[in-house]
Write a protein that binds this ligand. Structure first.
Ligand code: HEM
Length: 418
């Protein structure tokens, strides 16, 4: 095997331990780990936003472990689902802790992944040659949304039941097959026992599919390595440092801070992200006055309700996610980092503001000014991708991009000294 030498690390024997040697010859697992962590050369200028991916990976693991533990005590039967959650909270040893970790973990997972996506948008990480890495990311986002939606139904509270009803009912807008699709999704004419059973099974299964997609995501990442704040590709060996120990330490430091904030929510504000109505058992005869999804779906929910008809809303909502698949080709600029794109940079922040406005509108009733603002924000959301990005890429005169990452670091150093 040819061993890759890192410029800043003297080469040392691969394995001293005969057992490791024996295993690695038959199953090169240690070579893989060493290649991924130790020898993996990484741009030397990654900032804190590059901690997001590893934090999302750890959160996925936390979600799977806490979820499996909850699954051991949860009963997916409409007559007992709500009570089984109450039993977990009151009778199971540390059940309250496991549940609060799982529930808050879902919100933290979305916070991280949205930050991770916006970071990638700001620094143009979706551009060639990382288009497929981005596309796999969008698939992960879709799987996360499906998993979170089905998980929310499991406690069988009022919002679980009515949320499931409203969202599955949307498919009835599809011409000809709509009603059959809804029946097929629900396992019957209504949200009932077959629905709860299949949602539980799928909610258990999909996270493992997410793990598989994360593995593909990382294979794509390792093909060309990470992008970086300068958006300039690695050109010479001085541009890089080994992942370990430099970024393992940085990731561990970030993880410590992240876990402290996470623990703060779990212990001191465990219901911060929860909907109080969902502490009432599901009642098919009483519709809650105000049905809204979890916060991470609100911008898409606002888009859904901005259309005058149901079918338009469904197409609009799915297009809002699907348009992300085409982002690498919609952005015509060759320059990656927003730092050198004077027109794109302010428009990126307008786009973020617009997403926040959509999130705010998603929890308001779709009437009066809220409806008008929602419609304008929906229009802007699509205009950003379909009109603004292509046109800006064409009109913009970018600033001088550094010739290498090392030059970028020198420029940053001088800028901070001033
Ligand atoms: C379970 C969810 C996810 C996990 C665990 C994950 C993991 C990672 C990791 C570990 C990295 C390298 C470190 C970093 O750049 O932060 C990365 C990079 C990246 N991810 Fe993800 N990711 C997830 C979801 C997504 C999503 C939803 C998208 C976009 C739609 C995405 C797009 C990207 C891109 C473009 C990069 C390359 C960034 C760069 O090199 O600048 N990821 N991801």
């Amino acid at each position: 095997m040819t061993k890759k030498k890192h410029p800043q690390r003297p080469s040392r024997p691969l394995y001293d331990n005969p057992v490791s040697k024996w295993i690695d010859k038959r199953l090169p697992v240690f070579t893989f780990i060493r290649h991924s962590l130790d020898e993996y050369p990484t741009p030397k200028n990654l900032n804190w936003l590059w901690n997001g991916g590893s934090l999302a990976g750890i959160t996925l693991l936390i979600m799977i472990i806490s979820g499996i533990t909850l699954g051991m005590h949860y009963n997916p039967d409409p007559a007992d689902a709500f009570n089984s959650i109450e039993r977990i909270m009151r009778d199971v040893n540390y059940g309250w802790l496991i549940r609060y970790i799982h529930v808050n973990g879902a919100s933290f997972f979305f916070i991280l992944v949205y930050l991770h996506m916006f970071r990638s948008m700001y620094y143009g990480s979706y551009k060639a040659p990382r288009e497929l890495l981005w596309i796999v990311g969008v698939l992960i986002l879709l799987l996360m949304m499906a998993t979170a939606f089905m998980g929310y139904v499991l406690p069988w509270g009022q919002m679980s039941f009515w949320g499931a009803k409203v969202i599955t009912n949307l498919f009835s807008a599809i011409p000809v097959f709509g009603d059959s699709i809804v029946q097929w999704l629900l396992g019957g004419p209504n949200v009932d026992a077959p629905t709860l059973h299949r949602f539980f099974v799928l909610h258990y299964l999909l996270p493992f599919l997410i793990v598989a997609f994360v593995a593909i995501h990382l294979i794509c990442l390792h093909q060309f390595g990470s992008n970086n704040p300068s958006g300039v590709e690695v050109k010479k060996s001085e541009d890089q440092i080994p992942f370990h120990p430099y970024y393992t330490v940085k990731d561990l430091y970030g993880l410590t801070i992240y876990l402290l904030v996470f623990a703060g929510f779990v212990f001191f504000a465990p219901n911060f992200f929860m909907e109080a109505v969902n502490y009432n058992p599901a009642n098919p005869l009483v519709t809650p006055p105000h049905i809204a999804p979890e916060w991470y779906f609100l911008p898409f929910y606002a888009i859904l309700r901005s259309f005058p008809d149901k079918l338009g809303g469904v197409i609009g909502m799915f297009s809002a996610v699907s348009v992300l698949f085409f982002l690498p080709w919609l952005d015509r600029s060759k320059i990656k980092s927003a730092a050198y794109r004077p027109m794109f940079r302010p428009l990126f922040w307008v786009f973020i503001l617009n997403c926040l406005i959509l999130g705010w509108i998603g929890q308001k009733p779709p009437q009066g000014w809220y409806l008008i603002i929602g419609r304008l924000a929906t229009l802007y959301y699509f205009a950003h991708f379909l009109i603004i990005l292509p046109v800006v890429g064409w009109l913009e005169r970018p600033l001088t991009v550094p010739s290498s990452i090392s030059e970028y670091c020198k420029r940053e150093h001088n800028r901070r000294k001033k």
